[in-house]
Design a protein around this ligand. Structure first.
Ligand SMILES: NC(=O)c1ccc[n+]([C@@H]2O[C@H](COP(=O)([O-])OP(=O)(O)OC[C@H]3O[C@@H](n4cnc5c(N)ncnc54)[C@H](OP(=O)(O)O)[C@@H]3O)[C@@H](O)[C@H]2O)c1
Length: 352
């Protein structure tokens, strides 16, 4: 009898112990908050959940994320509005289920072969292949597009440095903009446009920026030489002539802009254009002398992010911030970004 009781006791203890183990296992497995989307679709497919914290491989760093952004790149991949994006993100469903291509945070762990960063470093970065910034932790190869946050820049200000600026930089580089060239930035208030105005000024161009009445003073503050208010002036009737027209919201067309370009002027849009005309024209127009359309693909690497970091440190570029949302409000954040009326960037404050 005693033996049986003893047996039962230890059996119960083993059960209690197993119970404790399982709860710990659950806590261990579901130990960070992340915004997950398991299917392509409208903003509502994004859900805040508890998931497993990632672990850094030998060549990776684990970053404790403080801030990220909700941007047009995230929207494009989440909605799969252009089917072509699925060739990168998964044909039937998303391969990587947490979006957020931009992030800023603190290094929490470094992989055994890492040598650039150490625990506690403040970094920001960009990853539009695996994304992952809409989570409390992210892992990334230390040689990918991450770098130290310049001094006196907060996580909130660091998170939006890359998305708009890397598109702008790729386009400016493709157009081979030289000092004193005349450039129009149409849509100078978006993430791309507001970065483009500042980067073009850094490269010495003369910038005519186009925006809505309410944003004229903000766009002037970015350094634009002339600001055209598209609500009171028809841009196509301006007397300015341009070496390069940067359509940063895809609302113009080569046809409309042709007469505003000098004889070898360049038109580049951030959008494909009607019936993907910008892609077609970028293949055809360079075959002839004269005005042409280009459709460069954006690129981002360590050199690009280090250049952007240097420009931020020098005060030559600062990302414009419109609104800050909390992870709980991700659906509202997406809806706002998709109005196409955000001014600069929308930040996601991942943690306080
Ligand atoms: N599919 C993708 O992965 C992807 C990724 C990044 C960007 N993009 C494209 O790149 C473009 C720019 O993106 P973004 O994030 O920089 O900015 P955005 O959010 O698309 O642009 C917002 C700005 O566009 C301006 N705007 C809206 N309608 C306008 C019009 N008719 N004329 C002039 N300006 C107008 C608004 O300024 P005002 O208040 O002054 O009008 C607003 O500040 C978008 O077309 C976007 O779709 C696509």
């Amino acid at each position: 009898m005693i033996n049986v009781l003893k047996k039962n006791e230890s059996f119960l203890r083993v059960n209690d112990f197993m119970c404790i183990i399982s709860i710990e296992k659950i806590i261990f497995l579901y130990n960070m908050r992340a915004i997950i989307y398991t299917t392509y679709g409208p903003p509502e497919v994004a859900k805040l959940m508890q998931v497993a914290k990632p672990a850094a491989k030998a060549d990776e760093v684990l970053i404790k994320v403080y801030a990220s952004t909700v941007n047009r790149t995230d929207c494009g991949f989440r909605s799969a509005q252009y089917f072509i994006s699925r060739f990168w993100s998964g044909l039937l469903r998303p391969k990587y289920q947490t979006l957020g291509c931009e992030f800023a945070g603190e290094i929490e762990e470094v992989g055994v072969t890492c040598s650039i960063y150490k625990k506690g470093d403040r970094v920001f970065g960009y990853n539009d292949e695996m994304f992952g910034g809409h989570a409390e932790y992210i892992v990334i190869k230390e040689n990918d597009a991450i770098t130290l946050i310049p001094q006196n820049i907060s996580y909130t200000d660091a998170a939006p440095i890359c998305e708009g600026a890397h598109y702008a930089l790729s386009i400016i580089n493709a157009a081979k903009v030289k000092p004193a060239q005349q450039v129009m930035v149409y849509g100078a208030t978006g993430a791309i446009g507001s970065a483009a105005v500042q980067l073009l000024k850094y490269f010495g161009a003369t910038v005519v920026a186009v925006c809505n009445t309410k944003n004229v003073s903000m766009v002037k503050s970015l350094g634009a030489d002339t600001v055209i208010d598209y609500q009171t002036q028809d841009v196509v009737k301006t007397c300015h002539r341009f070496d390069f027209i940067f359509d940063a919201v895809g609302k113009l067309s080569f046809g409309k802009c042709k007469k505003l370009l000098v004889s070898n002027g360049i038109y580049i849009s951030t959008e494909l254009g009607k019936y993907s005309s910008n892609v077609f024209l970028s293949l055809v127009t360079p075959m002839f002398k004269g005005k042409k359309v280009m459709f460069p693909l954006p690129s981002m690497n360590k050199d690009t992010i280090e250049l952007l970091s240097k420009l931020v440190a020098q005060g030559a570029y600062r990302p414009v911030i419109d609104r800050i949302y909390k992870p709980e409000d991700i659906v509202e954040a997406y809806k706002y970004v998709e109005t196409g009326e955000k001014i600069g960037n929308v930040v996601l404050q991942v943690r306080e």
